[in-house]
Design a protein around this ligand. Structure first.
Ligand SMILES: [Cu+2]
Length: 252
C-alpha cells in the first residue's frame, strides 16, 4: 500500500545460535538477531502538526531491522498502546514459520493491549523490505519501519555487468554493504479510524494527504484559497464551475 524504503538506527543484540545452516556446500554459523519493540500510542508531530499515532520505541518509523542473509530474526513486540495490533514483515517469505507473518485472524491472534508476542523467522532473501502493522488501517498511523538484509558475502555479485573498472566494482560492493533506507510515507492529519468513519459518510475515500514524510519527517505549507485558485487549469476551473457556489477547500 504505502511506499517505502529507509531510516535510522537499528536496535539489535547479536548472539551466536545453534544450529548451523548449510549453503553452497559449506557450513556457516547463523546468528539470531534480537529486537525489542515497544509499541505506544502518543502525540507526535512528524510534519509539525501534532496528532495521535503509533510509535515503536518512541519513534515513527520504528527502528531499522538490519540483518544478514540467513540470520534468524527475533522481534519481541510489547503492545503498550490501547489497541489490538500486529507486525507484518512485508515480502519476507517466512519459510517454515508462517505463524510469524503477522496477520491477525490468519496467522495469529492480535496482540492485545498490555501483552507481548514474539516473531521468529529466518531471512533467506536479501534486499530492502519493510514491516508494518497488519491490524485495521494502523499502517496509516505510523506503525512501520524498514528491513535491510545484507546479501551473503560469498555469493557472486552482478556489478561486473555494470562496469569493467575494478575500482568502480569495489565501490559498488562497498555501497551494497552500507545501505541507508529511505522511507516515503503519505501522511494524514487524522487517525485511520477517523478516516474509516468519514469515508462511508462522504462516499469518497480521502486521497488528498496532508504531507509526504521522508524518513518520518516532513512539512506542511498551507496556501491561501486565492493562491490555490490561481493555480487551477482552465479544465479544473470549468469543472468547479459546474457546481454552483463551489470553492476549493483548505485541502485543495
Ligand atoms: Cu505489507
Amino acid at each position: 500500500m504505502l511506499p517505502l524504503l529507509c531510516v535510522a538506527l537499528a536496535l539489535f543484540a547479536g548472539a551466536w545460535a545453534a544450529p548451523s545452516s548449510s549453503s553452497g556446500g559449506h557450513r556457516t554459523k547463523t546468528k539470531t538477531r534480537v529486537f525489542d519493540f515497544t509499541i505506544t500510542w502518543e502525540k507526535y508531530a512528524p510534519d509539525g502538526f501534532s496528532r495521535d499515532m503509533f510509535l515503536v520505541n518512541g519513534k515513527s518509523p520504528g527502528p531499522v531491522i538490519k540483518v544478514e542473509q540467513d540470520d534468524w530474526v527475533e522481534v519481541h513486540v510489547h503492545n503498550e498502546s490501547p489497541f489490538n495490533t500486529s507486525l507484518h514483515y512485508h515480502g519476507i517469505e517466512m519459510t517454515g514459520t508462517p505463524w510469524s507473518d503477522g496477520v491477525p485472524g490468519v496467522t495469529q491472534r492480535p496482540i492485545a493491549p498490555g501483552s507481548s508476542f514474539t516473531y521468529r523467522f529466518q531471512v533467506l532473501q536479501y534486499g530492502s523490505y519493510w514491516y508494518h502493522s497488519h491490524a485495521r488501517d494502523q499502517i496509516e498511523d505510523g506503525l512501520y519501519g524498514a528491513i535491510v538484509i545484507h546479501p551473503r558475502r560469498r555469493d557472486p555479485k552482478p556489478f561486473h555487468l555494470i562496469s569493467d573498472d575494478s575500482d568502480s566494482v569495489r565501490a559498488m560492493e562497498r555501497a551494497e554493504r552500507h545501505v541507508h533506507p529511505l522511507i516515503l510515507y503519505d501522511f494524514l492529519h487524522i487517525t485511520s479510524e477517523k478516516k474509516r468513519d468519514i469515508t462511508p459518510r462522504a462516499g469518497v475515500e480521502i486521497s488528498c494527504y496532508d504531507s509526504i514524510l521522508f524518513n518520518g519527517k516532513g512539512r506542511v505549507k498551507c496556501l491561501p484559497e486565492k493562491e490555490l485558485m490561481s493555480h487551477l487549469s482552465p479544465f479544473q476551473q470549468a469543472g468547479l464551475a459546474l457546481v454552483p457556489g463551489a470553492k476549493l477547500t483548505d485541502k485543495g
